[in-house]
Design a protein around this ligand. Structure first.
Ligand SMILES: Cc1ncc(COP(=O)(O)O)c(C=O)c1O
Length: 365
């Protein structure tokens, strides 16, 4: 199938002359900046905060490009990868007319962004083993389908999607396939970024919020063909990533060793947690995970969720999500946090068996 970007873009976006900020017009060296109506005296927050940040995050992109072996013009940086999701809707989907495909159970923001942008959602549920229903996805593509979202490893199920399935979908579609790799650092697998040169309709989302430990800074990325990135830059708010976030991420990029060791420890703890959880009678299934969380089917998710809260532990109740009845999603914590969780679950299990045994004992009196 031939992919023609110009036919896919909303006409108003294709025509759009983006806002030209003072800082994006200026190139080179200067001593006095009287171009952006900033406070020339300074900032109570610290040196440099009185100035607008680089709207195109050039230094950060150059570093990421070098680390990934791609070009800077193939990188979009946003206020979290959630911003990239919303921008893709706004660039490609005509509100009230166009459609997207999502594969539930999956990350909730695809639906929320679609609804905000008044885009019809076509749902193609995952199979029972949480793999992609590739034929059904391809079969659901209509003339108004512009975006297909595939999350790999998937939230909340934790599994990777088959690379060949994703490529097959991209080949069968003349719209955009968004591959959300927010949790890819925890999986031992090659990114779909390497597929972009063969399949220019693939957009890969990554984030600094998970393995990189910078959720509070709100920095996410999209990797795509330069023409798609140019559209994203055109539509984004001019200063979408703060100066402090740009500088903090840039300085954190030297800490690859620290991140790698945290990933190793998270994966080790994931295995230990799964092993310990499997010994509990209140746990029915622990789904295999390639991410930093486990999806766990329990005997009574509402009770366990509530009792954990009383112990001061919050997990994610996913029991009302398709295919996830009675399931809790548990983030892998530090060894100490995981121990506290396991102890709390053991107490809940013991209290539950006391509840079952007591009426039998009392009945015998
Ligand atoms: C699959 C997935 N994609 C994207 C995000 C959002 O990431 P960010 O913090 O970069 O907006 C999340 C956050 O939980 C996620 O689970």
């Amino acid at each position: 199938m031939t992919f023609e970007l110009s036919k896919l873009v909303r006409p108003n976006i294709a025509r759009l002359k983006p806002y030209s900020s003072a800082r994006s017009e200026f190139e080179g060296e200067a001593e006095i900046f009287l171009d952006a109506n900033e406070n020339a005296f300074g900032s109570p927050a610290g040196a440099g905060f009185n100035r607008y940040p680089d709207p195109l995050q050039k230094e950060l992109k150059a570093k990421i490009a070098e680390m990934r072996g791609i070009r800077a013009d193939q990188i979009f940086i946003g206020n979290g990868s959630d911003e990239a999701i919303d921008l893709l809707f706004r660039i490609f989907c005509e509100p009230g007319r166009d459609e997207c495909i999502i594969c539930p159970p999956t990350y909730g923001m695809y639906r929320v962004s679609a609804e905000i942008n008044n885009v019809t959602i076509s749902e193609v549920p995952l199979r029972k083993d949480f793999s992609l229903h590739t034929e059904a996805v391809i079969g659901s593509i209509g003339s108004r389908t512009k975006l297909i979202f595939i999350c790999s490893p998937n939230n909340p199920t934790g599994n990777l999607m088959d690379r060949d399935d994703i490529v097959r979908i991209a080949k069968s579609f003349n719209g955009i396939v968004v591959v959300d790799e927010a949790y890819a650092e925890f999986a031992d697998v090659e990114s779909l970024i390497s597929e972009m040169s063969r399949q220019p309709n693939i957009v890969v989302l990554r984030t600094f919020s998970k393995a990189w430990g910078m959720a509070g800074l709100r920095v996410g990325m999209a990797f795509a063909d330069a023409a798609i990135i140019e559209l994203m830059n055109r539509v984004k708010p001019p200063y979408n990533v703060s100066g402090i976030a740009q500088r903090a991420v840039l300085s954190a990029l030297v800490s690859v060793e620290q991140i790698t060791s945290w990933i190793t420890e998270t994966v080790r703890e994931r295995t230990r947690l799964a092993d310990e959880l499997s010994r509990l009678s209140i746990v029915e299934t622990i789904y295999p995970s390639d991410a930093n969380f486990l999806l766990v089917r329990t005997t009574d998710s509402a009770r366990i969720y509530g009792e954990l809260l009383i112990s001061g532990i919050v997990v994610r109740d996913r029991s009302r999500v398709l295919l996830c009845e009675e399931c809790l999603r548990i983030t892998v914590g530090t060894p100490e946090e995981n121990d506290r969780l396991l102890n709390a679950l053991r107490s809940i299990e013991a209290a539950g068996s006391a509840d079952e045994v007591l009426p039998i004992l009392l009945g015998g009196i």
